[in-house]
Design a protein around this ligand. Sequence first.
Ligand code: PEP
Ligand code: MN
Length: 337
Amino acid sequence: MIVVMKPGATQEQITRVSDRIEDLGFKVHLSAGEEHTILGVIGNGRPVERDQIELMEGVDRTVSIQRPFKLAGRDFHPQDTVFPIDGVTIGGQQLLVMAGPCAVETHDQLLAAAAAVKGAGGHVLRGGAFKPRTSPYSFQGLGEEGLRLLALAREKTGLPIVTEVVSPDLVPLVSAYADILQIGARNMQNFALLHAVGESKRPVLLKRGMMSTIEELLMSAEYILSHGNERVILCERGIRTFEKYTRNTLDISAVPLLKQLSHLPVIVDPSHATGKWELVGPVARAAIAAGADGLIIEVHPQPEEALSDGIQSLKPERFAALMDELRPIASAVGRTL
Ligand code: PEP
Ligand code: MN
């Protein structure tokens, strides 16, 4: 349930209602909008004594919320979530592009990729240090050495870094280096990991599981939010279908749908969604046109030598050309890049 306060309700009235709800044994989530203040009531499905609340001064009405995601949903929090990450902003008018190699491989590879991302106008450097690979025989990442190289690339370029964390015990280590913690598709429902990043102080990039519904993605975001971390970015990265020509099938409708259901920023990963570098540009353009708040794109200085995902990685000059192609599309949908 949500409690909608009257326009002009006083702080004292809001506090009284909030205290009353807590006295009844529920948690309160407060959202102060321009006109109305909304109090979200969280209580494990138990009914709330609505009449008691509706009779209180300053209360306009109560509305019951059927959706299982409360904190991630728009009912509790109608306005878009916008937050800064090291000088850049996500969720607002400005689009945010994260780019870099699938995995951190060497010092020279990462620094070349970072320079390319920076030079083309990218905002955040991506790169995996801990790689959740389908095969145990594939390159698993450099681990902490990879994190150190990412920190060095940040020092040289000023770009904040996003990197994946694959288990709860690694959250403190990865948080010590990364500006954004990435939860990969394979871990979207690793609830212990969601709990751990929920308690961390870093923004979280939550990727949709390859066989997860929109509601499951939002419930995973709910785990993070309910543990106190409000800075969550959702990422559509393609889902598994019968189609074989692409690695996954991009669910483009997920973008406007997530924006409708949730206040959280939504980005698209055209690299993992398609698995083919030739498709990355068209799909990235579609994502921006559909209302995404940003992109995460794999860029490698020498894709033919990449230890993972070379086939879907853009060369630096292709990435730069794509950034130029995206600018007029961004402006056509009222955004800037
Ligand atoms: C990645 O971004 O490198 C990655 C492994 O992506 P996903 O979790 O979406 O497969
Ligand atoms: Mn990859």
